[in-house]
Design a binder for this molecule. Structure first.
Ligand SMILES: N[C@@H](CCC(=O)N[C@@H](CS)C(=O)NCC(=O)O)C(=O)O
Length: 267
């Protein structure tokens, strides 16, 4: 359940906003971005997913799926980044970051939910394929299998260890292009995805930023590139995400460039 009152006394006792998150996680970035846009005071609990901090019992008591981020707001646990965005927008309506018009709100919800739901088949496989990084070490998988009830998540992490097939990577590339083309349509002649800057832009900005930083070919999408640059220049983007979120060393960049050249392009 995305929103529930914790039964654990120490979690119930947490006052204010507590975000459990990871630095380079796009799902965490969008929540940090919204917290900053709303000028909220929040307590950071930074976890290192590469060290498997999110599999610690302390975190699993907050979010049994082990996924980051999670928000604890006055003892109420909210998981799933899109639900956290909706929760914050509802509880802290100023400044307003969702349209007033119901038909526009429906479009906004489509964008926000798509950013979260498309993540496992679009950004994630691309990210792990081009960087060649693993989400889990072989020795972590044993424990992960025991605690993770979602078979798709187990399969995904096993895939990152075994390596994605060419077909899976090609599928992720095509899906990323399909989404960028859809964004290009929405952003042609409009500065933001739905009306003014809001939740839809906040949900998508980290995904497109990471794709771009990892070298995904975005040249065919000028409106998306302009949107990305404008969103990136907001002061909140720097405080929530950092100036250069991906500082990749040369030894890692070189294989990325090689893999990129071998990957299928648009079409
Ligand atoms: N649908 C979830 C996805 C969250 C997600 O995939 N988080 C990643 C980081 S971006 C994570 O926790 N990875 C660590 C792991 O799965 O062990 C959301 O939107 O919150």
């Amino acid at each position: 359940m995305p929103t529930r009152r914790s039964t654990e006394p120490d979690i119930q006792a947490l006052r204010g906003l507590h975000l459990y998150h990871a630095k380079l996680s796009n799902s965490s970035m969008r929540v940090r971005l919204l917290l900053e846009e709303k000028g909220l005071v929040w307590t950071s609990h930074l976890l290192d997913a590469t060290r498997q901090d999110n599999l610690d019992d302390g975190y699993l008591r907050i979010n049994p799926t082990s996924l980051l981020p999670s928000l604890v707001h006055d003892g109420v646990v909210v998981t799933e980044s899109n639900d956290i965005l909706y929760h914050l927008e509802e509880r802290f309506p100023e400044p307003r970051l969702s349209p007033v018009e119901e038909s526009e709100r429906a479009v906004m919800r489509e964008w926000v939910d798509l950013a979260a739901s498309s993540h496992p088949t679009t950004l994630k496989p691309w990210q792990y394929a081009v960087t060649g990084t693993r989400t889990k070490r072989p020795q972590d998988m044993e424990r992960y299998r025991q605690l993770q009830s979602d078979p798709d998540l187990v399969a995904f992490h096993q895939r990152s260890l075994d390596g994605f097939t060419e077909a899976e990577i090609a599928d992720a590339v095509q899906r990323n292009h399909a989404i960028l083309a859809r964004m290009e349509g929405a952003l042609t002649g409009a500065p933001w995805l739905v009306g003014g800057y809001g939740l839809a832009d906040i949900a998508w900005f980290p995904n497109v930023l990471l794709l771009d930083l990892l070298g995904f070919p975005t040249g065919d999408y000028p409106a998306v590139r302009r949107w990305l640059a404008t969103a990136r220049s907001r002061p909140t983007a720097r405080s929530a995400i950092g100036r250069s979120p991906l500082r990749l060393p040369g030894w890692l960049l070189r294989p990325i460039v090689r893999v990129r050249k071998a990957l299928p392009s648009r079409g």
